[in-house]
Design a protein around this ligand. Structure first.
Ligand code: HEM
Length: 152
């Protein structure tokens, strides 16, 4: 959807889009059509289906999503909640500027985000490997100390 066709939606209207083949979601008063995104969600499809047609801001925050998650959403922005029905937030959402001039237009996940997704997975694998090596070193040191102590 091009930026010019974005508009305001009432909560009642948003609520109608709660099916896997037509699923909208509200995050920080913005409306996203996540129909094409769901299958790429790293937290699984089901959790998104549960939030279909609803305001998922709280659930999204509870998970502690990264800036990357917020960036990933931008191509799916279709508008905002009508001003009368908007919620108040103390701070702008993570990774989102106040105006949306930096929003990437019409580039869908397939073309752009799969590269970022790969980077994300590689980063996670590296983190896990580092953790494993550290645990191994700590355990070996501990065993060595015990052995030295026993042999004294
Ligand atoms: C539609 C907007 C959403 C996007 C773009 C998104 C994106 C992501 C991304 C990129 C991750 C990987 C971790 C990270 O980088 O933060 C993730 C993980 C996850 N997400 Fe979402 N998410 C969305 C909505 C939600 C909602 C509404 C829920 C809960 C109801 C949810 C639950 C989870 C869970 C449980 C994980 C796994 C966390 C983990 O294993 O560490 N997500 N999501």
């Amino acid at each position: 959807m091009s930026r010019s066709s974005r508009r305001d939606y009432s909560l009642q209207e948003i609520k109608k889009h709660d099916q896997p083949n037509d699923i909208w979601m509200v995050l920080y008063n913005k409306v996203y059509d996540v129909t094409d995104f769901c299958k790429y969600h790293l937290g699984g499809i089901e959790v998104l289906y549960d939030c279909g047609g609803a305001d998922a801001t709280q659930a999204f925050e509870d998970v502690g999503h990264s800036d990357f998650a917020m960036e990933m959403l931008q191509p799916y922005l279709i508008g905002q909640v009508v001003p009368d029905e908007q919620r108040k937030y103390h701070k702008p959402p993570v990774g989102e500027s106040v105006d949306d001039s930096d929003v990437i237009e019409s580039i869908k996940f397939d073309e752009l985000e799969s590269e970022k997704l790969n980077e994300f997975i590689i980063r996670r694998v590296k983190e896990s490997t580092n953790l494993l090596v550290l645990s191994f070193v700590a355990l070996s040191s501990f065993i060595l100390l015990v052995l030295i102590h026993v042999n004294k």
